[in-house]
Design a protein around this ligand. Structure first.
Ligand SMILES: C[S@@+](CC[C@H](N)C(=O)[O-])C[C@H]1O[C@@H](n2cnc3c(N)ncnc32)[C@H](O)[C@@H]1O
Length: 433
């Protein structure tokens, strides 16, 4: 069966969390030398890789004992920069709460530019990130962290108290309504995957505040740092990220259109139409293969290409497939994590990459088209890859604007307009000339 992407971004912790273990496992005053050494190594690694950039954030990471916020996990996991410590799963085994990976926490705190004395709201509590924020705002600042889950709230309170951060306010709240009694906030940092931006977050943000939010746009999530500009929010940067989804009144699940039992599916965001029977037939019909001529290096990220395709293509989704389906030749390996797919009626095309050197140091994007219009949809896909390569690769990236719902089209610029419940999100691609 196809699993949920949020579960795939996170690794299972080996031990279930038990609240009474916080006090017995570790002593706040005697951080073990192992933990201290691992913390120093993690900070150095995040620094050398450019995720930690500024002195205050580096100091916060070097100071807060992360192990006190993940007592259920082995120290090596706690201090692995890419590892998530899952603290709760739902009845299907999917992660619903975690202490996020240090890499994404570093990246979001750098985006947020938290200063001493600020009032900060964190949405989604694990304890650790709130402690980092407490270090950044210092004794004159204020940190409020909220969670929708009583278990998470209790756990975060216990861990924060154990680590000596009892000034952090931990509240049980559905974040959709924000926390009006403690607003305005200089920074709002959302640590669960959001599909929309509820009015409360904008209303409760100080006039020159910054909102950092993992926002899902056409199935792709980016941690976007927004500032206000003339009645709207405008991005001042974004980063690739993955988070457990927002629950409660802001929850919004993607649709899964099954194409081959439960082994191959199209994951669609929003209300795009899809004829499951015709697309299933397209999957198993003869496909066209179109090399793009565009290459990337082995370690070069290409998430910008994905966002560009999601902007330019009218029909866009993610083709997902199980390892067995990939082994059986039903889809390319890129479908393991969600191949970015152009959808055009009953035809579709998606992308994979093929090594162009024996050492697998360079790869070419190759497009696979399926269905009666396979040629046309694959051709358009290839053209867009080439356009991205010519015009946007290495450029300033996308500009993301958030307008209140009801804003007329005439007051919104050119680009891909995505209508949500509370907002209209516009993605455009300025060129650097
Ligand atoms: C990734 S965890 C938070 C990680 C945490 N900030 C840390 O220190 O690593 C996401 C949390 O968001 C919470 N959450 C989901 N929907 C929410 C909502 N509507 N309101 C408040 N919290 C929510 C979940 O219960 C979960 O605990």
């Amino acid at each position: 069966m196809i699993s949920d992407p949020s579960a795939r971004t996170a690794e299972a912790s080996k031990v279930d969390w038990k609240s009474d273990r916080v006090n017995t496992l570790r002593d706040n005053d005697t951080t073990t030398p192992d933990a201290a050494a691992l913390r120093t190594a993690m900070v150095e690694q995040l620094r050398s890789e450019g995720e930690l950039r500024t002195d205050p954030v580096i100091r916060a990471f070097a100071t807060v004992p992360r192990e006190l916020f993940a007592p259920e996990a082995p120290l090596e996991q706690v201090y692995d920069r890419d590892d998530v410590v899952i603290t709760k799963r739902d009845e299907n085994g999917l992660a619903v709460s975690s202490v996020s990976a240090p890499r994404i926490q570093a990246s979001m705190l750098e985006q947020a530019e938290v200063r001493p004395g600020m009032r900060v709201l964190e949405i989604g509590s694990g304890g650790y990130n709130a402690a980092l924020i407490a270090e950044l705002v210092g004794p004159d600042g204020e940190v409020t962290t909220v969670d929708i889950d009583q278990f998470v709230v209790d756990r975060a309170r216990a861990c924060l108290a154990e680590a000596g951060y009892d000034r952090v306010r931990v509240l049980l709240v559905d974040a959709e309504g924000g926390v009006p009694e403690h607003a305005p906030f200089d920074r709002i940092i959302v640590t669960a995957g959001a599909w929309d931006i509820p009015p409360a977050w904008i209303d409760q943000l100080a006039p020159d505040g910054v909102l950092v939010v993992p926002l899902r746009m056409r199935g792709l999530t980016r941690s976007v740092a927004f500032v206000r500009e003339q009645g709207r929010l405008v991005s001042r940067g974004y980063e690739l990220c993955g988070f457990v989804p927002i629950q409660g009144s802001g929850a919004n699940a993607e649709r899964l259109v099954l194409l081959h039992g439960e082994d191959v599916a199209l994951r669609l965001d929003g209300d795009q139409a899809a004829d499951a029977d015709a697309l299933s037939a397209a999957l198993t019909s003869e496909r066209v293969v179109r090399p793009s001529g565009v290459e990337v290096g082995g370690f070069e990220p290409f998430d910008e290409l994905d966002l560009y395709l999601a902007t330019e293509l009218d029909g866009f989704g993610l083709l997902v497939a199980t390892p067995a389906a990939i082994e059986a030749g039903l889809a390319e390996r890129s479908a393991r994590m969600g191949a970015k797919t152009a959808l055009d009626g009953v035809s579709f095309a998606y992308r994979a990459s093929q090594a162009t050197t024996k050492e697998r140091t360079a790869f070419e994007f190759v497009v696979y088209g399926h269905g009666p219009d396979a040629d046309a949809v694959a051709f358009r896909y290839v053209e867009l890859i080439r356009e991205w390569d010519r015009t946007h690769r290495g450029g300033p990236g996308a500009r993301i604007e958030v307008h209140p719902t009801g804003t007329p089209d005439t007051e919104i610029g050119e680009g891909r307009l995505i209508d949500k419940k509370h907002t209209r999100v516009l993605i455009s691609w300025p060129t650097s000339s």
